[in-house]
Design a protein around this ligand. Sequence first.
Ligand code: 5RP
Length: 221
Amino acid sequence: MTQDEMKQRVAEAALEYVEAGTIIGVGTGSTANKFIDALAGIKDSIRGTVASSEATAERLRGHGIPVLDLNDALAEVERLSVYVDGADEFDPGRNLTKGGGGALTREKITAAASRRFVCIVDETKRVEHLGGFPLPIEVIPMARELVAAKARGLGGEPALREGFTTDNGNIILDVHGLVIRDPLALEDELNSVPGVVTNGIFAHQKADIILMGTASGVERL
Ligand code: 5RP
């Protein structure tokens, strides 16, 4: 089975976690896109969605799926019922790195606003320790060198994501070479640097459920 087919299977399996009549959060990326396409088949059963990026909002609207602003949604409901999104890596503690598509900040906000986070991945994303995938940090442009120096001090090698601006108007530094043994501590340490909007470690907002596509089917972790 190809990686694409595994992504398709987990995307379809996540429909089981979509509760009728609720507002759900929707992630960003190729796996999330397959979920959006599958969601189109049951769109009349949900009240609406909150999108984690402009690209996701556009794809949802293309299917005729209502997209709400998060603040408007939270005026109607206490929490979104579920957040469904992919990841770049996950570890045995269900901590994640995300942000390969650059949408990490809105993804983290939407995950935090949801009762549970269902993460949809294929088996290539499973790691013992996070950090093999370069860790994205969304940074206010003025703070680029300040944040880069901090990343170097932690043993990483930051690289500016060339020609990319986030939906919030900021830059991304991708930090190579980190071995993340304490995801919670590193998430906090990086987020404490002035100018960091957020980083791609999802330890505070780790997945509640991981659906992992394998060659033999979908496993729930
Ligand atoms: C986007 C993300 C994605 O969830 C992550 O990059 C995984 O993407 P894909 O499903 O295409 O492998 O965090 O910011």
